[in-house]
Design a protein around this ligand. Structure first.
Ligand SMILES: *Cc1c(COP(=O)(O)O)cnc(C)c1O
Length: 414
């Protein structure tokens, strides 16, 4: 008789894509076709994103960082213009401001949710007003974990201060925010923000390999973003400035002619990536409801570890499509460091990650702006640890992750 070895459960990373046969077939079909870039799959993906977000325009680009950079460039910052960015975010949110010539004003966050809410934005705006410098041109809330902050309150505050609101929704494709009237609207719908940026990196809810997008309802911003994505090149006859070069004697536009009125980049995205993104986007509802089911299971399972372990605070203004599942852990009370917890979890087959090291602590920003005291960000950072969350997981995986955490924290014996 053949002996069957007990099957080791696979290692659970903190996040991972779910690629299925139809995704592979969609990519293969593009590879057999005529267009590898700037073709029909890009347009179809942009249209699908408009469908999901209910925005008027979607501009797909190389990645989420490129999306943030394009949005920052479209703000037309003068050197030294200031932009408020929460400190608890990925580096790219702040870096985009610097790459566009602006200066970052780091905002604090709520200690239990990691979100920049209206009080933290107000504090950052007041701090900026008290310091000499150029005006605050924009504010960039981040929908951390897939939860959104109170977007109507942030938008009202931004408008009151004459600043533009751009939101970083890298975590929040499929999430919904609560309107002032109480109904839900999709993140990225362009009603309260001038531009919303997305990422489709494999750990995010929809995977494109690398990919990003900006949504907007503003026709002018949409044209700018399209142009900036492609070297600043324009082909619209109405926009031509060099009339003598642009037109033939009969007044028709010369077929080879293009014009550049501002400097841009190559941030285009391929049809290969967009075919994958489009195929994945059709599964958004299934992916987000599975993530929601897993998050609910986590909520119930970790209740046994209270008060050592707590869920992050829930925003009342949001119906999140969870991107990550962070916990707040009192490592001091547990008598074990976060590094030890991560190492022991990993040894037990459970991946984990820290989202995020507050960006104001990075040497580059510390050197530029000096030491900042953002107590909410620091309190959030001190306790946060994200456990595995991705659509291919099932509820048993959640139980396995929580059991391992419980054991590592000494709450239960092996
Ligand atoms: C992932 C991420 C980005 C950057 O997206 P990329 O596609 O990796 O360039 C920006 N902001 C936040 C909050 C992110 O999580």
């Amino acid at each position: 008789m053949r002996k069957i070895a007990p099957k080791e459960p696979p290692f659970l990373p903190y996040g991972q894509q779910l690629i299925e046969e139809d995704d592979i077939a969609a990519v293969a079909q593009v590879l057999r076709g005529d267009w590898l870039t700037t073709g029909p799959a890009v347009a179809a993906f942009e249209q699908a994103l408009c469908g999901v977000t209910e925005a008027k325009h979607a501009i797909a680009c190389a990645n989420g960082t490129a999306a943030l950079h394009l949005a920052a460039l479209a703000l037309d910052l003068e050197p030294g213009d200031r932009v408020v960015v929460p400190s608890v975010t990925f580096l790219a949110t702040a870096n985009a401001v610097r790459l566009a010539g602006g200066e970052v004003v780091f905002a604090d966050c709520e200690a239990d949710s990691g979100l920049m809410e209206a009080p933290q934005l107000a504090e950052a705006l007041a701090r900026a007003a008290a310091a000499p410098g150029r005006p605050v041109k924009a504010v960039v809330p981040v929908h951390l974990t897939g939860q959104c902050a109170d977007l109507p309150a942030l938008a009202a505050l931004a408008a009151e201060h004459g600043t533009t609101l751009v939101d970083d929704a890298a975590h929040a494709i499929g999430s919904r925010y609560r309107e002032a009237g109480g109904s839900d609207r999709p993140i990225g719908d362009g009603r309260l923000s001038a531009m919303t940026t997305f990422s489709f990196h494999p750990v995010k809810t929809i995977a494109m390999g690398e990919g990003g997008a900006v949504t907007t309802n503003d026709d002018h911003l949409a044209r700018r973003l399209q142009r900036l994505r492609n070297h600043g090149m324009a082909r619209e006859p109405l926009e031509m400035q060099n009339r003598d070069l642009a037109f033939d004697a009969d007044g028709s536009v010369n077929p080879w002619y293009y014009e550049m009125a501002e400097v841009g980049l190559n941030y285009r995205v391929t049809d290969i990536q967009c075919a994958l993104g489009l195929s994945q986007m059709k599964k958004l509802e299934r992916f987000t409801s599975q993530r929601r089911r897993l998050a609910d299971r986590y909520d119930r399972a970790i209740a046994a570890l209270d008060p050592l372990v707590r869920p992050i605070a829930r925003s009342a203004a949001s119906r999140p499509a969870w991107h990550i599942y962070p916990l707040l852990i009192d490592f001091d009370a547990a008598g074990i460091s976060r590094a030890q917890v991560m190492k022991q979890l990993s040894a037990a087959g459970i991946g984990s990650q820290v989202h995020y090291i507050p960006v104001h602590l990075q040497p580059y920003y510390r050197q530029r702006y000096g030491a900042l005291d953002l107590p909410g960000a620091q309190a959030y950072y001190a306790r946060t640890l994200s456990l595995p969350l991705f659509a291919a997981m099932d509820e048993e995986d959640v139980d396995r992750a929580v059991a391992a955490l419980s054991q590592v924290l000494g709450h239960t014996q092996p």
